[in-house]
Design a protein around this ligand. Structure first.
Ligand code: ADP
Ligand code: MG
Length: 478
């Protein structure tokens, strides 16, 4: 029955720009400050105050637009979107109306069928509202206006997504992108990234869009997926039972993964938009836009291809390294010192990442220097230390203090032993210990060699060179 239908989804994502101050005044945007402590008369919209546009915010919006292949609007103005709400002290929100700063464009996502471009409708700038807090007092709703006036971009897709998985991939990619170009921390729990999902269903092959519902304020990528899944099923059930979909604004209930109606949306709201008379229209020169373009870092999708083509890394390794920018930066710095690209990738996505995760650290503040990692790789490669000793004994120390890995290995007596005389003692010990296995081996169970090598490894605390040990054992067990 589900095969009869096609889901159509459009997402509206609000991203809070990491500027120092708000979109139209100098108030701080710091999260978690004492309520109503960052509220100048401009934020409060007192008569006679004059807003001024934050240039950094404009720059950030353009950065994102360029990263998403949008066309940048050169002639912009801000408009007032008029409505009443307790957390909107001015009685209007300053937004962009007919001139979104970025038009068109796309975001590339990975799906089970390969890569695909999700078409964007626009990216526009607007200020955030304050916060209404309903659970702080039994009788009253409290209002915190610290967030009011904070700079946002709203990224609006075309109705171009067709499953909750695609929506999941899209938001994941968008979050990586805003973090990568350093314009938003992408933190959904703190509300720096918020997603509204518009969902409709139609019969497969049908051209006309079905009636949509909008699910508001999804605060995690998993909830975006769950809300969409629930909506698609709910709508199909209604249609299958002969009902019709009503256009609604809905909310997601994370306690049971369902959505519920907030209000019916019978006609379009009339916000009486008009250009804000206190803010002059602003013109962006080509030069200004070009400068921003040339300041953009290589984007993750390009970098993944580059890592595969130039360094011969697997799709998986390249994607892991480009999961976030600091990881890619660390890889990039390390390969200035070594050409063992695959080894660098393995160290970064393996033991180093594991150490960072276990200690709640990140590549952004890593103490291990890229040069030291390159040296560590070299001494493993040269057979001076084996990999497991290097990753389990040397790495944890080098993560705390930069030292010469070879010297450290010497100090700790961890150098691999390849001197046959020394190795012979461990080999003899192993053979004596496992005399029953020796009999089996001599009868033809050659696979047991690994067991002997393992025993020598244990006896030598990982210091015995396994290649030489294997040769010695084969010789002795003949
Ligand atoms: P509204 O005026 O209700 O905000 P918009 O036309 O601005 O609607 O679109 C808002 C979002 O909803 C966009 O992301 C758009 O792609 C998406 N959308 C519009 N119509 C549909 C539909 N029928 N089904 C799914 N998504 C839709
Ligand atoms: Mg809308």
């Amino acid at each position: 029955m589900e095969d009869k239908y096609e889901a159509v989804i459009g997402l509206e994502v609000h991203a809070q720009l990491q500027t120092a101050s708000k979109l139209f005044c100098g108030d701080s945007i710091a999260f978690g400050a004492k309520p109503n402590s960052h509220v100048s008369p401009i934020t409060l919209g007192h008569p006679g105050t004059l807003p001024k546009t934050n240039k950094k915010a404009v720059e950030y919006a353009i950065k994102l637009g360029l990263a998403c292949n949008c066309e940048i609007e050169e002639n912009n103005y801000f408009a007032r979107k008029n409505y009443f709400y307790p957390d909107l002290p001015k009685g209007y929100q300053i937004s962009q109306h007919t001139t979104p700063i970025c038009k068109g464009g796309f975001v590339k996502i990975k799906t089970t069928e390969g890569e695909r471009n999700v078409q964007l409708n626009r990216i526009h700038m607007e200020e955030d509202a304050g916060k209404s807090i309903h659970d702080r007092d039994d009788d009253y709703t409290c209002v915190d206006l610290n967030r009011a006036g904070t700079a946002l971009v709203e990224i609006v897709t075309e109705p171009d997504l067709h499953s909750s998985d695609e929506a999941y991939q899209y938001v994941t990619e968008l979050r990586r992108l805003v973090r990568w170009i350093d314009i938003c921390d992408g933190n959904m729990e703190e509300g720096s990234l918020r997603c509204d999902a518009n969902v409709s269903v139609r019969l497969k092959g049908e051209k006309k869009l079905g009636t949509k519902v909008e699910v508001k304020n999804l605060n995690s990528i998993r909830n975006v997926k769950k809300a969409i899944d629930f909506e698609i099923q709910r709508m199909i059930n209604i249609i299958e039972n002969g009902g019709t979909i009503t256009q609604q604004t809905r909310s997601f209930d994370a306690s049971n993964d369902t959505t519920f109606s907030l209000r019916d949306k019978e006609e379009a709201n009339d916000y009486r938009y008009f250009p804000d008379p206190d803010l002059a229209p602003f013109h962006l020169t080509k030069d200004f836009i070009n400068k921003i373009q040339s300041s953009l870092p290589t984007l993750p999708n390009q970098l993944i291809h580059q890592y595969q083509n130039e360094f011969g890394l697997s799709d998986y390794d390249a994607a892991q390294l480009c999961d976030e920018k600091h990881t890619a930066d660390f890889f990039q710095s390390t390969i200035q010192f070594t050409q063992h690209y695959k080894a660098v990738a393995n160290w970064i996505t393996g033991p180093i990442r594991q150490y960072l995760n276990e200690h709640h650290l990140s590549f952004e503040t890593i103490l291990l220097s890229p040069k030291t990692l390159a040296e560590l790789i070299k001494i493993v490669d040269d057979g001076k230390v084996n990999f497991s000793v290097a990753s389990s004994h040397l790495l944890p120390l080098l993560m705390k203090e930069n030292k010469d890995p070879l010297q450290l290995a010497e100090e700790l007596n961890l150098l691999q032993v390849s001197d046959s005389n020394e190795l012979e003692e461990w080999v003899n010990e192993a053979i004596n210990k496992m005399s029953d296995k020796v009999v089996e081996y001599k009868k033809g169970k050659k696979g047991l060699i690994g067991l002997f090598v393992g025993e020598v490894k244990k006896l030598s605390k990982g210091k015995a060179d396994p290649k030489i040990v294997t040769a010695l054992l084969q010789e002795k067990l003949k």
